[in-house]
Write a protein that binds this ligand. Structure first.
Ligand code: NAP
Length: 331
């Protein structure tokens, strides 16, 4: 590698093409989303992770009906088979590729198999995800919370992208959608592990979009609010809260597939972000207020701050007694 500073002429024409296409597809999505989706995905190969449940399962059926070949990825083969059968029965094309994406070599294997079977991947949707809702003070002895979320929500998604990007670059065409959350804008308490991984994913997506802007490869982030899927079922309080329906979440995803917009974010996310930049301390207090108000059961083996204080006071007392004894012996 030379230290010499080198420059080259940038390609700026693609910016204008992109500008024109951006408006064209946004108008199409608004006026006739059904036809626009068909036009966008007919004959294309879509690799969809997290296709066995929730948002992914329904998006898979919509893509199949619109004429895409859908490669369905998740761990549960049986659930994937049912969805693939539904798509085929409706006249679409779908194949299942079960695997655990937390194993990065499995990510490589799945991508290689799909590219071999279908020749390419035109659209990658990194939708598989796991969420953990737990206060930081309850994670001192649970570092694996952070490792698990990073492994699936960040590392697996990037690994999938690393596998399909060379083909997209060679064809100068492709789209990668990374599914994120409005938590990245609102930063609700108790989601440090989950949001850390989604922030990382968004950081990567943003940089990738900037680096590939002069090509025909696009990157999008979807910042969903709470959606009524199995993911939020274990949290009792969400049963009583107004949350987005899976149907609306699917419409959001299809809109991003059609428009290839950089980000899909609702009014709540925009409000939370503006509030943070305008009044950061006030926004922190509002989140903290809700954090303090809602009780959270500590995990097993949790040692509270009070117990730790008592233990350290006992230890200190014990050390002082020993020191006193040593001093008395010396006298
Ligand atoms: N629901 C919400 O409130 C909400 C809000 C914001 C963002 N999101 C995001 O939306 C996306 C979809 O979530 P959802 O609500 O539809 O959740 P979901 O119903 O729980 O679906 C999660 C999907 O990920 C798959 N998955 C989990 N672990 C996997 C692994 N190790 N390897 C391969 N696949 C794995 C699951 O399939 P298997 O179990 O068969 O592997 C399932 O298909 C996620 O990225 C999530 O973070 C959801």
């Amino acid at each position: 590698m030379s230290n010499e500073l080198k420059f080259r002429l940038p390609k700026v024409l693609p910016y204008f093409t992109r500008f024109g296409q951006h408006w064209r597809w946004n108008v199409k999505s608004l006026v006739s989303p059904h036809h626009a989706l068909q036009e966008r995905v007919r004959g294309k190969v879509v690799l969809l992770t997290g296709a066995s449940s929730g948002i992914g399962a329904q998006v898979a059926c919509e893509l199949g009906a619109a004429g895409a070949t859908v490669a369905l990825v998740a761990r549960n083969r049986e659930k994937l088979e049912v969805i693939a059968r539904d798509i085929r029965n409706a006249g679409g094309n779908a194949e299942v590729y079960p695997g655990d994406l937390t194993d990065l070599e499995e990510c490589d294997r799945i991508c290689r198999t799909i590219e071999k079977a279908h020749g390419r991947v035109d659209l990658l949707i990194n939708n598989a995800g796991r969420s953990i809702r737990r206060s930081i003070k309850f994670t001192y002895d649970r570092f694996h919370d952070y490792e698990r979320t990073m492994q699936l929500n960040y590392l697996a998604a990037i690994r999938m992208a690393m596998n399909v990007l060379p083909g997209m670059e060679a064809r100068n065409e492709g789209h990668i959608i990374n599914v994120s959350t409005v938590g990245v804008q609102a930063n609700p308490a108790r989601f440090s592990a989950y949001l850390g991984s989604k922030w990382a994913l968004e950081g990567w997506t943003w940089v990738a979009a900037n680096e590939f802007a002069h090509t025909n490869i696009r990157f999008s982030s979807l910042n969903y609010p709470l959606v009524r899927t199995p993911m939020i079922a274990p949290t009792k309080i969400y049963k009583y809260m107004p949350v987005m329906s899976v149907d609306t979440a699917v419409k959001w995803m299809l809109d991003v597939i059609i428009t290839q917009n950089k980000r899909k974010l609702g009014i709540f996310g925009k409000g939370a972000l503006s509030m943070y930049y305008l009044l950061p301390k006030t926004s922190e207090s509002i989140v903290n207020l809700s954090y303090q108000t809602i009780f959270e059961d500590p995990p097993e083996n949790y040692v509270s701050a009070k117990t730790r204080r008592r233990a350290s006071a006992n230890e200190e007392g014990h050390t002082n007694t020993i020191a006193r004894r040593h001093q008395q012996d010396a006298e």
